[in-house]
Design a binder for this molecule. Structure first.
Ligand SMILES: Nc1ncnc2c1ncn2[C@@H]1O[C@H](COP(=O)(O)OP(=O)(O)O)[C@@H](O)[C@H]1O
Ligand SMILES: [Mg+2]
Length: 290
């Protein structure tokens, strides 16, 4: 299976939210990473054909997905970034309802709903009303509904928002098991959410694709640009104003600064291996709303 975008562009009146994206996705887990406003949600909505591109196209195995219509939608599962819940439904009733909308027959729907409630750790809460759920529980239910039709292409917009560390581990395992022979695309602006789960990272900034590759591949871009320096309190302040600081920690009365810089920030600075977090800061430092 190959999902391909060619010159995919979405313009709102003055804003180009997605700008000429050329990407080919095959089976695997893809992490769509970018600051708020980078264009992640718009890109995902385009992929789901919920919005029409201003120009460009999306092809599934060479065929335009708009022309495929129903044949394409059948393969899709989607978790929108803001998801409306039917608060007076129980978790199970809600899944059965979505399953009916997706055209599953009654028996298959019940079986699949229970299976998914188990997989997302909500089986014990299947008959509780959604209005009594925590944010993380609602989010897990949202993930379950996206998977009801056993989609070949699973698109999750900020699926880990609101999940606690334990729920994140469960989510990661669920996705790893599920992703075999499927395309899973998940967006986030939190690096650690995709670092260990995505095989490929799609880095978006201001609507454009700025990096695409495995974490190791794209991290190597900034090899030699990350430094650590043990600074006194006065130096720490000076360096912080002069350099892009990715991290700082206190150790034995010194402040250890992690600095992103093309040149050595000082004679005592030590070059260290970059992380994905460093790369993200390298691109997004100071970017509030690109
Ligand atoms: N319906 C819309 N009308 C006008 N501008 C929009 C609309 N939706 C999104 N945008 C703008 O497009 C850009 C990308 O937004 P979005 O796709 O939501 O990014 P992300 O999901 O990465 O935060 C932002 O600048 C946003 O303000
Ligand atoms: Mg978004």
């Amino acid at each position: 299976m190959e999902l391909k975008t060619i010159g995919l562009t979405k313009r709102y009146s003055t804003k180009t939210a997605v700008n000429n994206l050329n990407l080919t996705l095959r089976s695997g887990v893809y992490g769509l990473l970018g600051a708020n406003g980078a264009g992640k949600t718009t890109f995902m909505r385009l992929l789901c054909t919920l919005q029409a591109p201003t120009s460009g196209e999306i092809l599934l195995n060479g065929k335009n997905v708009r022309k495929l219509g129903e044949d394409y939608w059948k393969l899709l599962g989607y978790l929108p970034q803001s998801f409306g819940y039917y608060s007076y439904f129980s978790a199970l009733d809600f899944l059965l309802y979505v399953a009916a909308l997706k055209g599953l027959d009654k028996n298959a729907a019940k079986k699949k709903s229970l299976e998914l409630l188990e997989a997302v750790g909500l089986i014990g809460d299947a008959r509780r009303k959604i209005k009594t759920f925590s944010g993380g529980m609602k989010q897990r239910l949202g993930i379950a509904q996206a998977m009801l039709n056993d989609p070949h292409i699973l698109i999750l917009d900020e699926p880990t928002a609101g999940l606690d560390p334990k729920e994140r581990v469960r989510f990661r395992n669920l996705i790893s098991l599920f992703s075999k022979d499927r395309i899973v695309l998940l967006s986030t602006h939190i690096v650690s959410d995709v670092e260990s789960i995505a095989e490929k990272i799609i880095l978006m900034k201001a609507g454009q694709l700025i990096q695409f590759g495995s974490p190791l591949e794209i991290i190597s871009e900034i090899e030699g640009n990350v430094w650590e320096y043990a600074a006194s309190p006065q130096q720490a302040e000076e360096y912080s104003s002069r350099f892009n600081i990715s991290n700082l920690r206190q150790e034995h009365g010194k402040t250890i600064l992690r600095i992103i810089s093309g040149q050595s920030p000082g004679p005592e600075a030590v070059s260290v291996p970059p992380t994905l977090e460093d790369l993200y800061l390298y691109y997004f430092k100071g970017v509030e709303n690109p």
